[in-house]
Design a protein around this ligand. Structure first.
Ligand code: ASP
Length: 341
């Protein structure tokens, strides 16, 4: 559970944070007014990002590397059995298998990824080993599991009684159809994938005290997805992208639309062109709307970005997307993100 957290609307963040940290609203949350780089800092998606950030902060505050921080951070929701969309305890696919997707990227442009990984509770750590120990970027399915077991990871049952019950209830409704809306009921923004009843991916970005950036992204993916479905989260450039010259970005929500727009790469490239993190995220969201205006009204996608100066921002299609921020001024900040619809 979250305690001591601060809940701030993005539209009003400037005034309260400004007085503490020299930050302003111009260009979105976390824009700087002075020339100083705001480091170290870690940001991550959703309210469970608050607890994850704390673990990352324990690394960053002691001068640790952003890469170590993001791995330590996202392992927290991966291990949290009450979290139904990340790691162990995540909702299964429509055949009852919990399949996990994750990726990680460092300041050197190195990256590692696993997709459709079963039986391993910490896919992010397997992704890091793919990056560090193999000549490849991505391992999937049985090959990813084999690699994990060879490297000392333990095989576990990831389906908890709670997630199994939710899956069985969903099956009983007789809807063995791929779902985009987890509830598969009439449209309400609250029940969209990625919104408050269906929190999904944790994406985390960190800038360490040496000024280096890294990112991590991990999820059990869309609930009751088709067997073999892989979303954006383990796809470098879609669910996560980091360029140490510019900044990093991560995504949550309906992964298909994020992949179609190569969303996180797009956000980083927009920042390279001079956009603030908030404006870059907004532009990427607008791209989804432009490509699929009708679909965009009925799904959730959110982007979160951090630049090389430690400025951050986010934007989503629908209301309900929040993100957590942790730096020297604030350890438990939860920001209610801006949205289009
Ligand atoms: N992006 C994830 C996926 O499509 C899920 C989410 O973040 O809502 O698998």
């Amino acid at each position: 559970m979250i305690d001591r957290r601060t809940f701030i609307k993005a539209g009003t963040i400037g005034a309260s944070v400004l007085s503490i940290g020299g930050l302003a609203t111009a260009g979105g949350a976390g824009a700087r007014t002075s020339g100083a780089i705001n480091k170290p800092i870690v940001i991550s998606t959703w309210d469970f990002g608050v607890a994850a950030n704390r673990a990352a902060w324990a690394v960053l505050k002691n001068g640790g590397a952003a890469l170590d921080a993001v791995e330590a951070g996202v392992r927290v929701p991966e291990a949290d059995l009450s979290n139904l969309t990340v790691g162990k305890g995540g909702y299964p696919d429509r055949d009852g298998h919990v399949t996990l997707d994750a990726c990680i990227m460092d300041d050197q442009g190195n990256c590692g990824s696993v997709a459709a990984l079963e039986h391993i509770a910490h896919p992010i750590s397997v992704a890091r080993l793919v990056m560090e120990k193999t000549p490849h970027v991505m391992l999937v399915g049985d090959g990813a599991l084999q690699f994990a077991l060879q490297n000392g990871f333990e095989k576990e049952q990831l389906l908890t009684p709670k997630s199994e019950a939710a899956w069985k209830a969903w099956l009983k409704e007789g809807k063995y159809e791929p779902v985009v809306n987890i509830e598969n009921k009439s449209f309400t923004t609250d029940k969209l994938p990625g919104n408050q009843y269906n929190h999904d991916t944790i994406g985390m970005l960190a800038l360490d005290s040496d000024g280096n950036l890294s990112g991590a992204c991990t999820t059990s993916g869309m609930a009751f997805k088709m067997r073999g479905r892989v979303g954006d989260s383990p796809i470098i450039g879609a669910g996560l992208y980091v360029d140490n010259e510019v900044g990093g970005a991560t995504a949550t929500g309906v992964g298909e639309e994020v992949i179609r727009t190569v969303g996180s790469f797009l956000v980083v490239e927009l920042m390279r062109q001079g956009l603030s993190p908030r404006d870059a995220c907004r532009e990427a969201v607008e791209r989804i709307i432009k490509k699929k205006p009708e679909t965009a009204k009925e799904i959730q996608v959110g982007f979160l970005a951090l630049n090389k100066q430690g400025e951050y921002g986010a934007f989503s299609l629908q209301k309900g997307f929040s993100y957590a921020v942790c730096d020297a001024q604030q350890q438990d900040l939860l920001v209610d993100g801006e949205h289009v619809f």
